[in-house]
Design a protein around this ligand. Structure first.
Ligand code: NAD
Length: 415
């Protein structure tokens, strides 16, 4: 079945929220369109001497609450509509978290796995060359996303700093610690997700020490969550997958050992003492917590009726289609929506911006404490909205976010 267009999904979610909040039609119309977008061509000299032209995007969706913020994705299937959707979700995510930022996203159509380090560096630098006038600590601050890394962030920060003629650490987050990164940023998305799961489990009286977990997507976000939930709560992580396939062991997998195997072989598959499981079957396993941490549209109306987890934790952006959402809600599952569940990343990115501006750096425990407070407050405000409007957690998160963005727009006299 053809996957839905992510921007159409994002707009349907917004439309539903507009109905719940009885939003003024002109305000609704403003929120349906990105404020500004850039389409750039990126010529790169390849190692064999040939010139290859890549295509890139940056979408700045809404800056009513502050400078826009959002990652840059390097992916062969990148499309402008994916970037638009991700930029809209960033707008709502920052608002749910009550951090003073708007939403943006960037992307380049490329397969980083096929590029040498030198080619990747040249691509990263030319991308900044094309958009540097329109980004900056007070305008728009990029970060890592799928297949972009702290090293790529360092090259991009360096390129921007050269254009400006001075060090500009605050232009980008997710940087290595040596150049203004924040303690705790590498695991922030997973850790933030864990704080929200912990709250939801508590509300469901689910004991995390006995809980079983399946994790689809074993990159930055998926690995951190798997490792933390295993390490700090003793939960049993029975299945893990990546783009090449999945592994299963009913007695539990040690995420750090799986990560070592992936580092050595390029994938989680064929991890010792495990049996293979496909990415599709992993979603339908009989586990307490299903963590989706790869890409969009993996839970659809097709497979939603067969999903059995009590909690679906969306570390990925846009993993569930609106039709699937309705099925999961009807079946009594608690879906922790992306704009809440994976917001730990942007929250610690925001902390990184604050530290860059102050030139004073916090230790890891200070970052964790502040993240816990932010995630908990956001979870509680979403829960309150779910009760107030009698809606599911995604609709509630949207209601909280859109109300805050609209309040800023009204206060500024935009609407
Ligand atoms: P990553 O590049 O570090 O890892 C992506 C993982 O997904 C890899 O293990 C890859 O093998 C796997 N994958 C790719 N295609 C897959 C497929 N078809 N089926 C199963 N697995 C597949 O990326 P990441 O930063 O961990 O991001 C993952 C998701 O989390 C994305 O949706 C991203 O937007 C979202 N997210 C990430 C952050 C962050 O701080 N890294 C923050 C918020 C949201």
């Amino acid at each position: 079945m053809e996957k839905p267009n992510p921007f159409e999904v994002a707009l349907r979610q917004l439309d539903e929220c507009a109905r719940i909040l009885k939003l003024d039609p002109s305000v609704h119309a403003m929120l349906r369109l990105p404020m500004r977008e850039f389409h750039v061509s990126l010529p790169v000299r390849m190692d064999n001497g040939e010139m290859r032209v890549f295509q890139g995007f940056r979408v700045q969706y809404n800056d009513a609450r502050g400078p826009t913020k959002g990652g840059i994705r390097f992916h062969p299937d990148e499309t402008i509509d994916t970037v638009r959707a991700l930029a809209a979700w960033m707008t709502w995510k920052c608002a749910v978290m009550e951090i003073p930022l708007g939403g943006a996203k960037g992307g380049v159509i490329c397969n980083p796995k096929e590029l040498s380090t030198g080619e990747l560096e040249r691509l990263s630098r030319i991308y900044i060359d094309r958009i540097w006038r329109y980004i900056g600590p007070e305008a728009d601050v990029p970060a890592p996303d799928v297949y972009t890394t702290p090293q790529i962030m360092a090259w991009m920060m360096d390129e921007y700093s050269k254009r400006c003629g001075s060090n500009q650490f605050g232009v980008i987050t997710g940087k290595p610690l040596a150049v203004g990164g924040s303690a705790g940023r590498d695991e922030a998305t997973g850790r933030g997700g864990l704080y929200v799961i912990r709250r939801a489990a508590n509300d469901l009286r689910l004991d995390l020490r006995r809980a079983t977990v399946a994790v689809q997507g074993f990159g930055n976000a998926g690995f951190a969550l798997a490792n933390l939930i295993r390490g700090s709560h003793g939960s049993r992580v029975v299945a893990i997958s990546d783009s090449k396939g999945g592994i299963y062991n009913e007695y539990g997998l040690e995420p750090w050992a799986v990560a070592e195997h992936k580092a050595a072989t390029g994938s989680v598959v064929e991890f010792p003492n495990s049996r293979p499981v496909s990415n599709e079957d992993l979603l339908e396993l009989n586990v307490d917590i299903l963590v989706v941490a790869a890409l969009e549209n993996v839970i659809t109306e097709d497979n939603a009726p067969r999903i059995r987890a009590k909690i679906v934790a969306e570390l990925a952006n846009g993993p569930t289609t609106p039709e699937a959402d309705a099925v999961l809600y009807r079946n009594g599952m608690v879906v922790l929506p992306d704009i809440l569940c994976n917001a730990g990343g942007v929250t610690v990115s925001y902390f990184e911006m604050v530290q860059n501006a102050y030139m004073y750096y916090w230790d890891e425990s200070a970052v964790q404490q502040r993240l816990d407070k932010k995630m908990t407050e956001a979870y509680l405000s979403v829960l309150d909205a779910a009760r107030k409007y009698s809606v599911n957690m995604r609709q509630a998160a949207y209601a909280v976010a859109v109300e805050r963005v609209v309040e800023a727009m009204k206060t500024r006299g935009w609407v």
